[in-house]
Ligand binder design. Structure first.
Ligand code: FHN
Length: 604
């Protein structure tokens, strides 16, 4: 009798990992952002396209590329020290240069440079030593060396492109080398599906799996056929996501080394992003860009080591966790979960009593993850307000058990529950007095007229890749009408017949100021110029959308966000309310119409 063997889910290691190292390294680290004395803005690895460098000139860079200080063992150890569980290196980026000993094309690090060694060989040994999954980035669409690759018209003027030829001549044979000669590969990180067809994306995925069946394929293989979804670069969604997602991100502004990019994020910010993404069920793939000698910039090393020291103590709150059981985020920090445990990750220590509404499961024990010191917890169901309430008793100072070097970093409290967390998913006024009506939790009221407008889905656009709502994954068109799009924002609000609304529970009567957050299209300046109306509790407030306040969080990095104050409103009694947001006038100069992230009521 044959026994039925249950296959492990090939995504399980990736879900457990949560945190990975991205490495952008190629010929572009030689010019490092500067060509013929001119400094180019933008990301370093795009210099060839930006400066429209002829292929023959760009090839010459290989002769100067001698990364004698490259030490794969140091890099794998850095990833390990940072608490990263997988490493994705650019085997071939858009420039088309192979960072391994490729027999398919001589345009590679072994044949074309004075260095003459194969860094991927070293890295595969180093990763095996450190227990890090080796993964490879391969630009399957854009290729500026092969005449038939994507987006390379300036490099091969007048050439009649035959993309299928490029796939057969270069992509597949090179992927075969990568998947045959470097041991087990965790995933192939395809990128930038600009011209590839759905059939070609599917075929490529099948090809990869035919060589290594357990090797994952990133969402950016195109057309949502990857094993998991890839959000936009540095993109932070507004709320938790269904399914498996990853955000690739930079520590400064560039991926490939740029000599003058010193815009380093702080360890605090990076840690908050890791925590934020984990609480939304998203992996964080954080980039380093070694220079032409193979050295990792010191600021990257320093902050990665600091993140690692936090994870060494608090990793249980990140690795293999599930997203926040609440559909919204909190001002005080984030929540992750695992089985019967919830992890409350405070950006800074709360002073005095901390209150959490809406946790229905019984708390058996509450304690600091670092050191295990327990906390007194009290749970009640407030019948009058119809809300569950948990109080945790904090003293004003950190307990001695919190390690000295982690003071000032997020603090984790573990709640051990009697069952898996069950929470009240309604929008409830928070203990700090605010009511946060997040875009991804709104109800959309799309008029018949705008519903009819359909456009081809943007899954193939150069930069949005597969960052579309999971619900769209199987359709070939999306509405260009009001929708919850990129990372949970309400987008494409192009008709004043459409509106959005939220039901919420107000716990305290009183005067509240009302704030509407609107967001500019990705990479664009915020210009506003719309007119909107709020209807709530029988009152109406109309206001021009002007930038009364700038709103900046790590999430707003790519999407400029501004707050418009709608004035004050008196709510005479607590209870259940509905707030409607309407568009009276939409500024046609704003690409894609109005975009909203939240409406906030703040108690006076
Ligand atoms: O064009 C690339 C870019 O150079 C970089 O590799 C990033 C990393 O996610 N991916 C593409 C842009 O989204």
């Amino acid at each position: 009798m044959t026994e039925k063997v249950k296959c492990a889910d090939p995504l399980s290691w990736w879900r457990e990992a949560r945190f990975g190292m991205f490495i952008h390294w190629g010929l572009y680290c030689v010019p490092a952002g500067i060509w013929k004395g001119k400094e180019y803005p933008g990301i370093g690895e795009w210099l060839m396209a930006q400066a429209k460098i002829p292929l023959a000139d760009y090839r010459e860079l290989a002769k100067e590329f001698n990364p004698s200080d490259f030490d794969a063992f140091q890099i794998a150890k850095l990833a390990k020290d940072a608490g990263m569980r997988y490493l994705v290196i650019t085997a071939k980026h858009h420039e088309g240069f192979a960072m391994w000993d490729s027999k398919v094309s001589d345009y590679n690090i072994v044949k074309a440079t004075p260095y003459g060694k194969d860094p991927l060989k070293q890295l595969s040994e180093a990763c095996a030593k450190e227990g890090i999954k080796l993964c490879l980035y391969y630009s399957q669409d854009l290729d500026w060396e092969h005449p038939d690759g994507g987006y390379n018209e300036w490099a091969h003027p007048g050439h009649q492109r035959n993309f299928a030829l490029y796939l057969e001549e270069k992509v597949k044979p090179q992927l075969r080398e990568l998947l045959t000669n470097y041991g087990p590969i965790g995933l192939i990180w395809c990128d930038t599906p600009a011209t590839i067809t759905k059939e070609q994306s599917e075929d490529l995925k099948k090809f990869i799996k035919s060589i290594q069946p357990d090797c994952l394929v990133s969402g950016r293989v195109g057309h949502c056929v990857g094993d998991y979804g890839s959000l936009g670069d540095n993109q932070i969604p507004l709320g938790r996501l269904r399914g498996d997602w990853e955000t690739p991100a930079t520590i400064n502004n560039t991926w490939g080394f740029k000599v003058n990019d010193h815009n380093w994020k702080s360890t605090q910010t990076l840690l908050q992003l890791l925590i934020d993404l984990s609480s939304k069920g998203v992996n964080y793939l954080l980039n380093i860009g070694p220079d032409s000698k193979g050295r990792v910039p010191q600021p990257s090393i320093d902050c990665l080591r600091e993140i690692g020291s936090w994870l060494k103590v608090n990793g249980e709150a990140i690795y293999g966790t599930s997203a926040n059981p609440y559909p919204y985020e909190f001002g005080w920090g984030r929540i992750t979960g695992k089985g019967k445990k919830l992890f409350l990750i405070f950006s800074k220590m709360p002073a005095g009593d901390f209150i959490l509404y809406g946790l229905k499961s019984k708390v058996k024990k509450a304690y600091f993850l670092d050191g295990g010191k327990s906390l007194e917890s009290i749970q009640i169901h407030d019948k009058k307000k119809d809300v569950c309430k948990l109080a945790l008793k904090f003293n004003d100072s950190l307990p001695d058990c919190i390690r000295g070097n982690l003071k000032g970093f997020p603090v984790v409290i573990v709640l051990e529950l009697s069952n898996e967390a069950i929470v009240d998913e309604r929008i409830i006024q928070q203990p700090d007095g605010t009511v946060r009506l997040f875009a991804h939790m709104s109800e959309l009221h799309v008029s018949e007229g705008s519903r009819k407008k359909r456009i081809p889905r943007p899954g193939n656009s150069m930069f949005s890749s597969v960052a579309v709502a999971a619900e769209d994954a199987n359709s070939t068109t999306i509405g260009n009408h009001l929708r919850i799009g990129d990372g949970g924002l309400v987008q494409n609000w192009n008709s004043s017949e459409d509106r959005i609304s939220w039901n919420f529970k107000l716990l305290e009567h009183g005067t509240y100021s009302m704030k509407v957050h609107t967001v500019a299209p990705k990479y664009k300046d915020w210009i506003g110029g719309h007119k909107m109306r709020i209807k709530v509790g029988g009152n109406e407030f109309s206001k021009d959308i002007i930038p009364d306040e700038v709103y900046e969080t790590p999430r707003t990095h790519l999407f400029q966000e501004r707050i418009t104050n709608f004035g004050e409103m008196n709510f005479p009694r607590p209870g259940d309310y509905c707030l409607e947001l309407l568009a009276e006038k939409i500024n046609p100069d704003v690409q894609d119409g109005i975009c909203v992230s939240e409406v906030k009521l703040v108690r006076k």
